[in-house]
Write a protein that binds this ligand. Structure first.
Ligand code: FAD
Length: 427
């Protein structure tokens, strides 16, 4: 087996952010070698392994907020007939299984090299300056042994800032007050729902009655489910709180708790809700969906106020308007939702992708530098896609310059101009 990889840009994590980072890096700089490592045997991250569905908001009235590679992915899904609401201007209900296939195609077509079933759990660094280090290599664990991967530039798209963590970089986790993170959710989908099935509001009333009668079901006291077509509902119903999701032992218990809650709820649907008697479980997440773990400490910490003020940063690399959406970290039924002013949107500054203390690394996706509250809004699939796209453009650009500089030194105007050329929306 090949035991080493040498590349120009190494992207770790094949969620939407990582896929788009790898594709954008290669498209921006076709001469560079771009390598993508993913711990599963398929791409998509939370959108596939976590069975997250559908896309949350990427439009404001009739204005598109996320374009570029995210749009290209969805145009391909529409063309292949695997987007449920394809006739809408802003479709959101993608086919989770076919998403994997389309992502394979896009990554391969771009000329990105890939390794599946590879988990990075060791990062070698050396000192670069008084206050920063440089990544020298990553060690990828596989069933056949370990692989030593060296690159000039690295992108951490693990969703949990694993590379920053293993590199000994700075990170924070959870609420600033007590470190608690949002609960995780095991998503599941129920099919063969009968014509008599009541709507979600009525299921919500039945949930309350059932819980009063002593069945704990899940911590939620309403029904959060999305129409998945074909007489199926996609349930975002479980709420697993109080675990350190970066500790594999705690994760073991959390996964079991997620399945326990899902199973209780599925039995409740079958036994107590008209129309569900012959329902089937179409699928459940390959893994527990993690909303929040580590966040990097970057050159800029995006705040709640930045979002509520709809700040347009001069170094913006993406837009969004999804609400602040915090499922209670204590695991109660509460959700703190605060909407962004209608018809407006916020922006994501490039500086939030740059770790303060690692000079040849960018972070793409969920763990960018933000407060706990700001993170709750920017964590959605479209926004993480835009962030990934931008990280890839920046990496392609810096590799093109064969630069001895750092991401901090990159000309943001150049990144923005390339992003616009590639269909990204920045205004
Ligand atoms: C329960 C839940 C519900 C959500 N609901 C919605 C919703 O309805 N709509 C919406 O738009 N967003 C939703 N989100 C948010 C969204 O799914 C995620 O925030 C988003 O997928 C993050 O994308 P990412 O690419 O940054 O990370 P991820 O999707 O987590 O991808 C990270 C990838 O890295 C891989 N990886 C991780 N560590 C390593 C390692 N050490 N080595 C190698 N590979 C590694 C993983 O396998 C994964 O493929 C939800 C999230 C959760 C958890």
């Amino acid at each position: 087996m090949q035991t080493s990889i040498e590349t120009d840009i190494l992207v770790t994590g094949g969620g939407l952010a990582g896929c788009f980072a790898a594709i954008a890096a290669k498209r921006t700089n076709p001469a560079s070698r771009v390598f993508l490592v993913e711990k599963y045997g398929f791409l998509g991250g939370m959108a596939t392994a976590g069975f997250v569905f559908p896309y949350m908001s990427y439009k404001s009235a009739n204005k598109r907020l996320v374009g570029g590679l995210f749009k290209e992915l969805n145009d391909r899904l529409v063309k292949e007939g695997f987007m449920l609401d394809a006739s809408r201007d802003f479709p959101s209900r993608f086919d989770s299984a076919m998403l994997r296939c389309v992502l394979d195609t896009m990554v391969i077509e771009a000329g990105v090299d890939m390794l599946f079933h590879g988990l990075v759990n060791c990062v070698e660094t050396r000192s670069d300056s008084i206050d920063a280090k440089k990544i020298v290599s990553e060690t990828i664990q596989t069933k056949a042994g370990s692989i030593h991967a060296t690159a000039k530039w690295y992108i951490d798209a693990t969703g949990n800032a694993d590379i920053v963590f293993h590199a000994g970089g700075k990170w924070v986790m959870g609420r600033e007050s007590d470190g608690l993170v949002q609960p995780a959710t095991l998503n599941f989908r129920v099919g063969n729902i009968g014509m008599l099935a009541p709507n979600r509001q009525i299921i919500g009333v039945k949930i309350k009655t059932e819980k009063k009668a002593g069945n704990p079901l899940t911590p939620r006291d309403n029904c959060l489910a999305f129409d998945a077509g074909h007489h199926q509902l996609h349930f975002n119903q479980t709420r697993v709180a109080g675990f350190d999701f970066t500790d594999p032992f705690a994760m073991t218990a959390a996964e079991i708790e997620g399945r326990k809650q899902a199973s209780r709820f599925i039995h409740f649907l079958r036994d107590k809700i008209p129309g569900y008697k012959r329902s089937t479980v179409v699928d459940l997440g390959t893994e527990l969906g993690l909303r929040e773990t580590r966040r990097i400490v970057g050159e800029y910490v995006l705040t709640e106020q930045d979002l509520l003020d709809c700040k347009q940063f001069p170094d913006r690399i993406g837009l969004g308007n999804y609400s602040i959406d915090i499922h209670d970290p204590k695991g109660t039924a509460n959700t703190d939702i605060r909407h962004i002013p209608a018809g407006k949107w916020y922006s994501i500054p490039f500086r939030s992708l740059i770790p303060k203390d690692i000079s040849n690394l960018l972070v793409a996706g969920r763990p960018i530098s933000a407060t706990h509250v700001a993170h709750s809004a920017i964590r959605i699939l479209p926004t993480c896609s835009a962030i990934g796209h931008a990280a890839g453009v920046a990496a392609g650009l810096i590799a093109q310059a064969n630069s001895s500089g750092t991401f901090k030194d990159l000309l943001v105007a150049k990144i923005q101009s390339l992003l616009r050329d590639q269909g990204a929306v920045l205004e």
